[in-house]
Design a protein around this ligand. Structure first.
Ligand SMILES: NC(=O)c1ccc[n+]([C@@H]2O[C@H](COP(=O)([O-])OP(=O)(O)OC[C@H]3O[C@@H](n4cnc5c(N)ncnc54)[C@H](OP(=O)(O)O)[C@@H]3O)[C@@H](O)[C@H]2O)c1
Length: 221
């Protein structure tokens, strides 16, 4: 399974402001870029925090992108997988009325009747991400698009489970030490080196596409 993190970031490295309100700094161009990444995925992973704040998830809207998926034998929409320790999400969120398949990835023993599938994969406290990745691959997910937010991205960087990273740099400065970034937490034990495989400047934004470099010692010859 290839997992790709897709985020937009301000010029001072923030993915939201200090009160974690929905980001308003990226352009329609970036929205379109995000939609394309979602359209390429079998499933999308989103943190419960992001979902609570935004109320909805990113789905494929462009009829041409939907048609391309169907022609390739994919479902019209990727599965939306919500990650939550508690498993508690307000059933009145607009997300539950969006026409998308919904899965819940959780540590909790919850019924999750608003979801098409509940994956309870726990290491006692957190999601057991390594086991979750194996399970998702076993369930036929080859391409996973990770939409954040910061807590989920941090957990996945820590677990070394991000293969590619699409980062849009937007021309804003937000400030605030409390504002989330693409990787918070206490610092990675093993910093990841990335290789830039594509970049594009469109109007005021820079679109970067990175691939994680696998350390030489762990490559299989
Ligand atoms: N600029 C961008 O591209 C971008 C993209 C996405 C989001 N954002 C921003 O990011 C902010 C939200 O990020 P966030 O860090 O607050 O929330 P988040 O990462 O979206 O979700 C956090 C929630 O995920 C669950 N969770 C986190 N770590 C877990 C783990 N290790 N195991 C199991 N469950 C875990 C918990 O859910 P429960 O509480 O349910 O237990 C936690 O409350 C918002 O401001 C949003 O606008 C920006």
């Amino acid at each position: 399974m290839i997992s790709t993190l897709v985020l937009a970031m301000t010029a001072d490295g923030k993915i939201a402001d200090g009160s974690r309100s929905p980001a308003k700094f990226s352009s329609p161009q970036d929205f379109r870029h995000l939609e394309k990444q979602v359209a390429q995925a079998d499933a999308v992973l989103i943190g419960a925090g992001t979902l609570r704040i935004h109320g909805t998830t990113m789905r494929v809207l462009d009829p041409e992108l939907i048609q391309a998926r169907v022609q390739q034998g994919q479902a019209p929409q990727p599965i939306q997988i919500v990650c939550s320790r508690s498993g508690h999400l307000d059933p009145d969120l607009r997300f539950f009325r969006q026409p998308v398949p919904r899965w819940l990835l959780t540590t909790a023993d919850v019924e999750g009747k608003e979801f098409d599938r509940v994956l309870q994969i726990s290491n006692g406290q957190d999601i057991d991400w390594q086991r979750a990745w194996l399970e998702l691959a076993n369930l036929g997910i080859d391409r996973l698009c990770i939409l954040g937010g910061s807590e989920i991205a941090t957990a996945l960087w820590e677990q070394d489970l991000i293969d590619e990273f699409h980062l849009t740099i937007c021309p804003w400065v937000l400030g605030s030490a409390a504002a989330p970034t693409a990787c918070d937490g206490r610092g990675l034990k093993m910093p990841h080196q990335l290789e830039l495989i594509n970049h594009q400047v469109i109007d005021q934004e820079i679109f970067l596409h990175y691939r994680r470099i696998i350390p030489r010692s762990t490559t299989i010859s």
